[in-house]
Design a binder for this molecule. Sequence first.
Ligand SMILES: [Zn+2]
Length: 393
Amino acid sequence: MSKSAKSRKQIAEKDVISAEEQHRHGRIVFYLLLVLIACLAAGGDFLDQRQRDVIHPSFALTKTRRLSHYLSSLRDSRGDTDLYIFQGRKPGGTLLIIGGTHPNEPASNVTAALLVENLRVEQGQVIVIPRANESGFSATEPQEAFPQHFALLNRLGKEREFRVGSRYANILDGWPDPVVYRHYPSGQLLSGPETRNLNRAYPGRRNGTLTERVAFAITEIVRREKVDLVIDLHEAAPEYPVINAIVAHDRAMDIAAMAAVELQTRGFDFRLEPSPVNFHGLSHREIGDKTGARAILMESAGALQGRLRGPTNEDLVIKSVDQCYHKASQLGKLAVDFPAEGIPLEVRVGRHLTGIKVICDILGRFEPEKSIVYNQIPDYDELNSHGVGFYLK
Ligand SMILES: [Zn+2]
């Protein structure tokens, strides 16, 4: 081959290589752009998780406070949250309602929000925390395909949006989890992620993790405000044995037993469960042991928390119709009856509201000086005929 033909061939080969390289660079830029678009979309979703639900308190609200009022190190952290305090004109007992301990149990924080937006206290004092685990509301449970939000229509037909969060506090507020979680002060050992479970952190620790400090501040509310009765609101999977239950500390067992009987005679399936003595970190056990309050936890049945659930979307949160659970119920495999029409939010919130009312009434009968009397809260039938949204502003 002549010299000039050789150099022409080399130039042609170079052209092919540079065209291939350009093509490769183009592909890299294209994929980088795709990644950037995906990151922006996901980043928007993550930021959206940090938007707080708006609550419009009732005109009868006496005052609001932040949880950091009871532990200043929570100020400006994601552990800080709002409390709503309603005082009656007549002296009486003090009730603390804890909502949103587990932000993936929507009937809990929705019940608390409905109370804040409607409550009028005549006697005694009611303190409501709608989002006790504020950090958990800023995350979504990984690998559960939960909807990020759900919306209820209020009486004006406007949407009221609520977050579906994570059972645990946001990993960013406690990273990394230890391999084993050692509960303070009992020394009980649980798996590492339970470090971020508010209902395994009581009575909490002043200088502990964010979750321990939140639990400590809530226990401080009970001590400083001389709370007589604590009710912590939850939901659990229909296959979980402690369901549709009132779980009561030993010193609350008298009123809880009377309440369970009264609720059953009214046709509600409410079971009574004693707070396990050796299971530490739970609100009913530790607040009951470490303060003077009677401590109770209530569980309603939510398909969202279960392992057998089908499509997981807003409808499952609100209407909670699930054919898998219905079938399991027909086969007698569940701890509760799961009808074809589901267990809608009205039923779950209605159960919580009815349980709270009956427990307060019974406390007043046992100890009249600790009476807690309030009104403007819909009863179970009203809630079921109008829907939860009707009672939100
Ligand atoms: Zn729970």
